[in-house]
Design a protein around this ligand. Structure first.
Ligand code: GH3
Ligand code: MG
Ligand code: MG
Ligand code: MG
Length: 324
């Protein structure tokens, strides 16, 4: 039913990489104000696809904003409205920017066709449309669209994975390094304070040694949740690696950052971590180093270094505390 192998039958490479992407069962919007032309097109497509008809391009515009179409067929011969304008609207709106457009043009409309091609229509047919040719072009456009969407989704997922820590779901060090520079820049330009908390779980090695590595992983996940819930959405929480985390707080000066750090510390040590469905109860503490962006000539690296030094001071002075 898929006819995905139509090109394979010809002994050439499939343009969609051999992926089985159906060009059937599409949701199509047909924008045409000529009843005879509409009837011809619908008759050719209605067995394989769901075709919505719209004679008014203004209405078509609204429909495109609401329905997820696979393809739009636009007649460039609409009376009272320029089909070219609809083509350009489709391309300028984010939602329909990638939507395939198939134009229907009269044989004597070369200039309009050229304009339409420049506006980025994907394919065209000369009226009166040939039934088989219409079916083939529609199927190919739908396949291409679905294939491209799939690639985009894969790319998006891959990019997400590259900046996410697999264990905790927090952003990872790669994301942190890129993003800190931007947050730092923003704070500098807007002359706003920016605070950084460096967190390190105390004696985490002994958690692993006593309860096992899986229990350790559970603790890190629960730790991440508690930290994330304690701070604002605009605060950046990342896992730098191991049992080390960082919180970056825009528009936040030392007194508030100290309060937030203290709240995190209390939420970690105040309630034991339940793991393996509550069978194990583990008490955890965290040490925190705080640093603030200094006015004039400070750098992200320098702030991180000071937060790190403060963290090690907290460790030296007995752990389960915040230092700046
Ligand atoms: P300190 O109070 O000085 O920070 O002591 P610590 O034991 O927390 O520090 P140390 O750096 O000696 O040990 C960190 C431990 O974290 C060692 C390592 O096995 C463990 N670890 C690192 N990454 C993971 C992880 O993804 N999962 C688990 N379960 N353990 C991890
Ligand atoms: Mg360590
Ligand atoms: Mg540690
Ligand atoms: Mg550590």
């Amino acid at each position: 039913i898929l006819r995905a192998s139509a090109t394979a039958d010809l002994g050439i490479n499939d343009p969609f990489d051999g992926a089985i992407v159906s060009g059937d069962g599409g949701r199509i919007l047909l924008v045409d104000d000529s009843a005879s032309s509409r009837a011809r097109i619908v008759d050719a497509l209605r067995v394989q696809h769901q075709v919505d008809i719209e004679a008014d391009p203004h209405e078509a515009h609204f429909r495109l904003a609401e329905v997820n179409y696979d393809l739009v067929i636009v007649s460039l011969n609409l009376t009272g409205f320029d089909g070219l304008r609809l083509c350009s609207q489709i391309r300028s709106i984010e939602r329909t920017r990638m939507l395939p457009v198939l134009a229907i043009v009269n044989p004597d409309e070369n200039q309009r066709l050229e304009r339409a091609l420049e506006l980025g229509i994907n394919d065209y047919l000369i009226a009166p449309v040939d039934r088989d040719e219409l079916q083939a072009r529609v199927r190919t456009q739908i396949r291409r669209h679905r294939f491209t969407e799939r690639l985009r989704e894969t790319l998006h997922a891959t990019m997400e994975m590259a900046i996410t820590d697999g264990l905790t779901g927090l952003h990872n060090r790669r994301y942190f390094e890129r993003h800190l520079a931007a947050m730092f820049e923003q704070a500098t330009v807007r002359r706003k304070p920016l605070s950084v908390l460096m967190l390190d779980v105390d004696f985490f090695k002994s958690v692993n040694d006593t309860y096992g590595h899986d229990a350790g992983d559970d603790v890190l996940r629960e730790f991440s949740r508690r930290v994330r819930r304690t701070v604002r959405n605009v605060d950046l929480v990342c896992r730098l690696g191991g049992e080390e985390f960082v919180v970056v707080m825009p528009d936040t000066d030392t007194p508030i950052a100290t309060l937030v750090g203290e709240r995190i510390r209390q939420r970690i040590c105040g309630q034991p971590f339940l793991i393996e469905g509550g069978e194990q109860s583990i008490s955890i503490t965290v040490s925190i180093g705080l640093a603030r962006r200094q006015d004039g000539g400070d750098s992200p690296e320098a702030v991180l270094r000071r937060a790190d030094e403060a963290l090690y001071q907290a460790k030296r002075e007995g752990r389960n505390r915040i230092r700046s």
